[in-house]
Design a protein around this ligand. Structure first.
Ligand SMILES: NC(=O)c1ccc[n+]([C@@H]2O[C@H](COP(=O)([O-])OP(=O)(O)OC[C@H]3O[C@@H](n4cnc5c(N)ncnc54)[C@H](OP(=O)(O)O)[C@@H]3O)[C@@H](O)[C@H]2O)c1
Length: 256
């Protein structure tokens, strides 16, 4: 069993940095959070409802030799987001990396969407990342922020309209923050395509949709993790989006 940080000897750029990963207790967020810990970062595991998974992940991280904190917050509530930022900075002594990964994916169309669902989507995907980014920037130290988008920001998801609108706004916010928070903080985005099936579905869900992208397959959480690590290691990239989607975002240019 590995009990030490993998690249401590090579003193990589993440060593001893502190990262907040939102929605980190399970699924894609837990893969990203664990990868940061494996590269020597201390991690604030933000969670909403998945308390036991968050605690288990924190134990895994401590075994790797890094520090881990679990903090609960409903990102739809601005006061709780402010508290998450303040508690993270206080506990760790300063935050260097923010991964805005948490997501709310309700089913709605243009015909049945409500102001309330749209508002919750905007609060979780836009306002929470902005509040956390401002808190990171106010520390006046160098840092990295990565917003997790969705390849469909370039397309249209008529079954998840509130989610779609909020992710498109987060895409725009990525560029705005990249200008506003320069030169200290770099802000980029990763836009996954088919990576994990929704809760309750198996890989057959992904296999059925694989032909919708040019590479005719689905990706793995590690593909997203690699893109995140690449951006965190970079010193001169800001305002960019890496699509980890088998080329899905080019679909219309290719086939129409
Ligand atoms: N899965 C994919 O293949 C795929 C494809 C495209 C884009 N993405 C993007 O990649 C990211 C991760 O995907 P995922 O499928 O792993 O995400 P997910 O399971 O839909 O959501 C991640 C976490 O967000 C947290 N969350 C939801 N509502 C919240 C709220 N009101 N306050 C605080 N936290 C809240 C939940 O935490 P708790 O469990 O603690 O409640 C949840 O576990 C998301 O941004 C998603 O949009 C994923």
């Amino acid at each position: 069993m590995s009990t030490v940080v993998q690249d401590r000897s090579s003193a990589g750029p993440l060593l001893a940095k502190t990262a907040i990963v939102t929605g980190a207790a399970r699924r894609l967020g837990s893969h990203i959070a664990l990868a940061l810990a494996r590269h020597g970062a201390n991690v604030v595991i933000h969670y909403h409802r998945s308390a036991s998974q968050a605690a288990q992940l924190a134990r895994q991280m401590t075994q790797l030799g890094v520090r881990a904190w679990t903090i609960q917050a409903d990102l739809a509530d601005a006061a709780q987001v402010e508290a998450l930022a303040a508690r993270s900075i206080e506990a760790s002594g300063g935050v260097d990396i923010l991964i805005n990964n948490a997501s709310f994916w309700p089913e709605d169309t243009i015909w049945d969407m409500t102001a309330q669902t749209l508002q919750t989507c905007m609060d979780v995907h836009v306002m929470a990342p902005v509040i956390l980014a401002r808190a990171l920037a106010r520390q006046q130290r160098e840092g990295h922020i990565i917003n997790i988008l969705d390849t469909r920001v370039t397309d249209y998801d008529h079954k998840h309209i509130s989610y779609h609108l909020a992710k498109r706004t987060l895409h725009t916010i990525t560029r705005i923050l990249a200008l506003e928070l320069a030169p200290r903080v770099a802000i980029n985005a990763v836009a996954p395509g088919l990576i994990l099936p929704p809760d309750g579905y198996g890989t057959e869900y992904l296999a059925r949709l694989a032909s919708t992208n040019p590479m005719n397959r689905y990706g793995q959480p590690e593909d997203v993790v690699e893109a995140v690590l690449f951006l965190l290691r970079s010193r001169f990239i800001t305002g960019q989006v890496i699509y980890v989607d088998g080329g899905f975002h080019m679909r219309h240019q290719l086939y129409v």
